[in-house]
Design a protein around this ligand. Structure first.
Ligand code: M3P
Ligand code: FE
Length: 309
């Protein structure tokens, strides 16, 4: 039983047309479909060119920017039942979302994590395939894809008032593996990086901040040079860059952070290291967190830490 990986993030935006133009033309995602859903209202689904699932991002119109929920995929169909029991034992309120209620997926379970975000687990996702296909596929997408065009979504970061409590929940109840942590002078966790069944240093990270908040989500790029090209694309299109291009000490990843037109922080990320399931946890101290965050600059930027969705 287990959690495989991040499946999709569902957010609200006050200007769906502007957001759609940015996510398709500048970020270079594929628009999967746009529907006026009886409950959600005007909604757009996006995916990256190498993703197999129906979508990895759902955006719906709402006057207030924010995250509705985030969804992880489990390994086996039965896992939903087992997680439902584990979550109930922990004291979480769990509800079932039945097949047909959500676009692109079947049955799922929903609950609130201790840091206040709504999380969903799903096994049955609609597999619509990547743009390359499965018959003599080219190793690269068509050369004329607009924008940054990342192959896939990589990870997300949420805030928590009690990082330690949230980390224990993700480890003990959901079975994610801790790969890195930042400890304050009293030995309390200020930040944690957690992985599912992937060999990446993180599928989700949790950093001290207000409960319920989304800090960013990140797309994978294959090469450090693509981060440089992404920076050029962002600057050319007048996108507000937040930090970078630079490198994290934590995860060793190369990165650039920027804001979508309605203020949601995005990241593109590459590098990092391969994590074995039995790898020892890496610990950063509060004094060295500047290097953990931005290795070259060695700064703990307040705008970076305090701004969230
Ligand atoms: C990352 C990452 C914070 C750390 C962010 C780190 C907000 O985004 O990909 O490792 O403290
Ligand atoms: Fe990140």
């Amino acid at each position: 039983m287990g959690i495989l990986r991040l499946a999709h993030i569902d957010v609200r935006t006050p200007d769906l047309d502007l957001a759609t133009a940015y996510y398709t033309e500048v970020m270079g995602l594929q628009q999967v479909q746009r529907t006026v859903d009886p409950e959600l209202g005007d909604t757009v689904y996006f995916k990256c060119w190498d993703e197999e699932d129906h979508h990895s991002l759902r955006m719906r119109y709402n006057p207030r920017t924010g995250m509705d929920s985030f969804t992880f995929r489990v390994e086996h169909e039965d896992d939903l039942h087992d997680f439902e029991k584990k979550l109930a034992d922990y004291g979480a309120q769990v509800s079932r979302v039945s097949k047909g209620e959500a676009v692109g997926q079947g049955e799922s379970i929903r609950f609130e994590v201790p840091s206040g975000q709504i999380m969903e687990l799903v096994w049955d996702v609609e597999k619509t395939g990547n743009v390359l296909g499965k018959h003599n596929p080219a190793p690269v997408p068509p050369p004329d894809l607009p924008g940054i065009a990342p192959p896939r979504m990589d990870h997300m970061l949420v805030n928590a008032e009690e990082v330690g409590e949230a980390a224990r929940f993700f480890q003990d109840v959901l079975g994610l593996r801790l790969t890195e942590q930042v400890l304050d002078g009293n030995g309390h966790q200020m930040g944690v990086w957690l992985a599912g069944r992937t060999n990446s240093p993180h599928d989700i990270a949790i950093v001290n901040g207000p409960n319920g908040a989304l800090h960013h989500w990140a797309y994978w790029l294959d090469d450090w040079d693509h981060i440089r090209k992404a920076a050029d694309t962002l600057a050319y299109n007048g996108v507000q860059i937040d930090q970078g291009p630079t490198r994290h000490g934590v995860t060793r990843g190369n990165t650039i952070y920027f804001f979508d037109p309605l203020g949601i922080r995005n990241e593109v990320f590459t590098g990092g290291y391969w994590v074995d399931p039995d790898q020892e946890i890496i610990t950063w101290t509060e004094q060295e967190f500047g290097k953990g965050l931005f290795y070259y600059e060695n700064i703990v930027s307040q705008r970076f830490l305090r701004m969230h969705t």
